[in-house]
Design a protein around this ligand. Structure first.
Ligand SMILES: [Zn+2]
Length: 366
C-alpha cells in the first residue's frame, strides 16, 4: 500500500492497497488497509501507479545522443539525421541495449517503437519490456513507392510481433505509398508523425514554406488544399487505432474533423523532443485527455527516455491533475497500442507497479 493508489480505471484511493501475485498479476484492490492482514502489508511513501507506456520511441537512433543541435527546426533536424545515423554496428547495438535498460529502470513496461531497419530487433526479442514495432517507410517520390514498400515488407517479415507497417509522415509519403500501406493493413494499430512543424500545413494548403522548400529537392510534392492531418487521415483506414505523434501545430478544427469522420485517433505528445527541435509545445487544452498519450521520441532529440520527465513538462504546461497525467502515461498509451495486460490495476492485468516518491509530483496531490 501507499499514501495514494492510482489504479487509473477507477479514481485514486487514499491509502489504497494493491494485491499482486508473485508473477505480477493484479489480484485485488482494497480501499481500506484494515481489510488486509497487517503482516502482509508493505507500506510505501508516495504513490503507486501502473508501469509506464512510452508510446513513441526510436530505439535504433539511441547512439545519436547529443549529436544534433537544438532549436534548429524540423527541416534542419531531418537533414542532419542521415550523416549521424551510420555507426559501427557494435557501438550501435550497445547504445540500443543501454536505451532499453534505461527505459526499464525508469518504470516503462510497454513501448511503441519505430524501426526503419532491423537494427533494434535483437533487443526487442529478449527485452522485459513489451514492444510494438512500427516499421516505418518514406519516399516523397511516387516512382519509388513500390520499391520502398517492398523494402518495408522485407523488414517487417523479420520484425518481432506485434508489428505494423506505417508511413513516416504526411509530407514524406506519396499518395501511391499511402495507398500501398493502407492495403497492407489488416487491423493492427498504425502511427504517423503529424504536424510537428508549422510549415507542414502550409506545404499541403498552399505548396510553400520552409518544409516545402527543403522537400522539393527530393521529388514532386502534392498539395491537397487541406491541413496535414486531414490529408493523412483521408488516406488511412478508419477501423483501426491511429497514433498521431507530436501534434504540436494541430488545430481544434483538425481534432473536430477526425471525430466527425469517425477515426479512432490517439494523440501522442513528445514534449521534450518538441522543445529540443522546435522549442514549441502543443496546446494541451484542445485534446480529449482520454486520447492523449506520451512518448520520449529518440535520444537524437532527447537527453533521456523518461516518461516521468515528459510528465513534468506536460504538468507545467497544462491544467491536468495527477490522475489525468498518469492516465496519459499508462492507460491511454496501452489502449492505443493494444497492450491489453498493461495500463491499469484492473484485476487480471500484469501492468508493472511504479512507486513515485518524487517531490515535484507529490505537490500535485497534497
Ligand atoms: Zn519520432
Amino acid at each position: 500500500m501507499a499514501d495514494y493508489l492510482y489504479p487509473l480505471h477507477i479514481a485514486p484511493i487514499k491509502e489504497g492497497v494493491l494485491q499482486i501475485s508473485d508473477d505480477g498479476e493484479v489480484m485485488a484492490i482494497f480501499n481500506n488497509r484494515s481489510d488486509v492482514p497487517q503482516e502482509k502489508l508493505e507500506v510505501f511513501e508516495g504513490i503507486l501507479c501502473p508501469g509506464f507506456v512510452n508510446a513513441h520511441c526510436h530505439l535504433e537512433l539511441s547512439h545519436m545522443l547529443g549529436k544534433l543541435p537544438k532549436h534548429t527546426g524540423l527541416p534542419n533536424f531531418i537533414a542532419k539525421i542521415p550523416e549521424q545515423r551510420v555507426l559501427e554496428t557494435s557501438k550501435m547495438k550497445l547504445a540500443i541495449e543501454r536505451a532499453d535498460a534505461m527505459m526499464y529502470k525508469g518504470g516503462i513496461v510497454g513501448v511503441g517503437d519505430i524501426s526503419n531497419t532491423s537494427d533494434s530487433f535483437f533487443v526487442k526479442e529478449k527485452s522485459t519490456i513489451k514492444y510494438h514495432t512500427f516499421v516505418e517507410v518514406f519516399a516523397t517520390n511516387s516512382e519509388k513507392a513500390v520499391e520502398v514498400f517492398h523494402f518495408g515488407q522485407s523488414i517487417i517479415n523479420k520484425a518481432p510481433k506485434p508489428c505494423s507497417l506505417v508511413p513516416h509522415a504526411t509530407y514524406s509519403v506519396s499518395e501511391k505509398l499511402f495507398s500501398l500501406l493502407k492495403s497492407h493493413n489488416s487491423g493492427e494499430p498504425i502511427c504517423i508523425h503529424n504536424q510537428e512543424t508549422k510549415s507542414e500545413d502550409e506545404l499541403f494548403k498552399k505548396g510553400s514554406g520552409d518544409l516545402y522548400g527543403f522537400l522539393k529537392n527530393f521529388g514532386k510534392l502534392y498539395t491537397s488544399g487541406k491541413s496535414a492531418l486531414v490529408t493523412a487521415l483521408s488516406q488511412m483506414p478508419k477501423q483501426i487505432n491511429i497514433l498521431l505523434v507530436h501534434n504540436t501545430f494541430t488545430s481544434k478544427e483538425d481534432i473536430a474533423w477526425s471525430i466527425k469522420n469517425k477515426y479512432s485517433t490517439y494523440w501522442c505528445t513528445c514534449p521534450k523532443a518538441n522543445l529540443y527541435i522546435e522549442d514549441t509545445l502543443p496546446d494541451y487544452s484542445i485534446f480529449d485527455s482520454d486520447k492523449l498519450c506520451v512518448g520520449t521520441d529518440s535520444l537524437a532529440s532527447n537527453d533521456s527516455l523518461s516518461i516521468l520527465e515528459e510528465l513534468k513538462v506536460i504538468q507545467e504546461n497544462s491544467d491536468f491533475d495527477l490522475n489525468t497525467l498518469l492516465k496519459i502515461a499508462c492507460k491511454n498509451g496501452a489502449e492505443a497500442l493494444e497492450f491489453s495486460t498493461l495500463g491499469t490495476f484492473e484485476k487480471g492485468k500484469i501492468p508493472g507497479v511504479n512507486l513515485i516518491d518524487n517531490l515535484e509530483l507529490k505537490k500535485v496531490i497534497l
